[in-house]
Design a protein around this ligand. Structure first.
Ligand code: SF4
Ligand code: SF4
Ligand code: SF4
Length: 237
């Protein structure tokens, strides 16, 4: 059954400890950014930013502004479309660890820069390409830490209980218990794609409150798995 994360978005304070811990463990450099009028920094995932805490400001029907925070990473899909699509371009580019289920991109995951876009590989639009080498990169579940019996760096660093990691059954159990508790005050709460992924988000507001790629489009997933990386852009979401 492998491993899973349970990410309780109702507890996230956007402290970004996880984002920094990810950079530190993966020894990835900081990126030059500029103020875009939001606390989010940088603006997007990249081959050097594998985890990004997204900030979203949403006005409710009483004109009150609410913050929604979304620490984004690869979902480690149970049946990963990227494994199918990338390996069509670059055999051996994506492998899946049989013990944990971690979906791992290797240095063989390489295409010509600009020829393929992330959404053509992944229904969550997660992997990013190094603009110089053409190599694709994304979260690897901190497989080196997990194989040594440690927690992923993002989970280890989270001070609020948002990030959890363990055996899949245990995480699903925790997710369902927290969902039932949150529903008492927030009846619209739900788990995002829990059957399809190993990074299970508990959400209290509509998917677009967090990010357009919180959920995968079922159509996009099916198209990628059936035909490989050539969907029309309009089929993305
Ligand atoms: Fe949210 Fe935890 Fe990451 Fe802080 S460390 S941004 S609370 S997930
Ligand atoms: Fe692959 Fe995207 Fe699924 Fe991650 S979220 S395993 S990159 S298809
Ligand atoms: Fe980064 Fe590791 Fe967390 Fe993935 S599991 S987001 S690589 S810290």
């Amino acid at each position: 059954n492998g491993k899973s994360f349970f990410v309780d978005l109702t507890l996230c304070t956007a402290c970004r400890g996880c984002q920094v811990a990810c950079k530190q463990w993966k020894k990835l450099p900081a990126e030059k950014t500029r103020n875009m009028g939001s606390h989010q920094n940088p603006q997007d995932l990249s081959s050097k930013t594998l985890r990004l805490v997204r900030f979203n400001e949403v006005q409710d029907d009483k004109n009150k502004l609410n913050w929604f925070f979304f620490p984004e990473q690869c979902r480690h899909c149970i049946e990963p479309p990227c494994k199918y699509t990338v390996n069509m371009y670059a055999p051996g580019g994506v492998i899946q660890d049989p013990e944990t289920g971690a979906v791992i991109m290797t240095d063989k995951a390489k295409t010509k820069v600009g020829k393929v876009e992330s959404w053509e590989l992944c229904p969550y639009n997660v992997p990013r390409q190094d603009p110089e080498t053409g190599i694709w990169n994304k979260c690897d579940m901190c497989i080196d830490r997990v194989q040594m019996g440690m927690l992923p760096a993002c989970v280890q660093s989270c001070p609020t209980g948002t990030m959890n990691f363990g055996d899949r059954e245990e995480m699903l159990d925790l997710a369902n218990k927290r969902l039932a508790a949150v529903k008492k005050t927030k009846p619209k709460a739900y788990l995002a794609d829990p059957e399809d992924v190993r990074v299970i988000y508990l959400c209290e507001s509509a998917p677009d409150s967090y990010h357009e790629n919180l959920l995968a489009s079922a159509d996009q997933r099916k198209t990628l798995m059936a035909n490989g990386p050539a969907p029309t852009k309009s089929s993305r979401r």
